[in-house]
Design a protein around this ligand. Structure first.
Ligand SMILES: [Zn+2]
Length: 65
């Protein structure tokens, strides 16, 4: 799987899905992602992979317009 597959997938899901990801994956104030800090997974450093992918997806969508 190429590095840019995830951003493309998210872009195809639409602006609302990307905006939701960006709204959920925020810094919890201690340098960790709020949405990724699941008990079973442990805290994830922020910005997390999903936020980076969502930002890239938003850029892709902007460039396409
Ligand atoms: Zn996250």
């Amino acid at each position: 799987m190429a590095d840019d597959d995830l951003p493309r997938l998210l872009r195809d899901l639409g602006a609302t899905a990307v905006a939701t990801l960006l709204a959920q994956h925020v810094d919890d104030g201690r340098g960790y992602c709020r949405a990724c800090s699941l008990p079973q997974a442990g805290p994830s450093r922020w910005p997390c992979t999903l936020r980076a992918a969502a930002l890239a997806a938003r850029d892709l969508a902007r460039r396409a317009r």
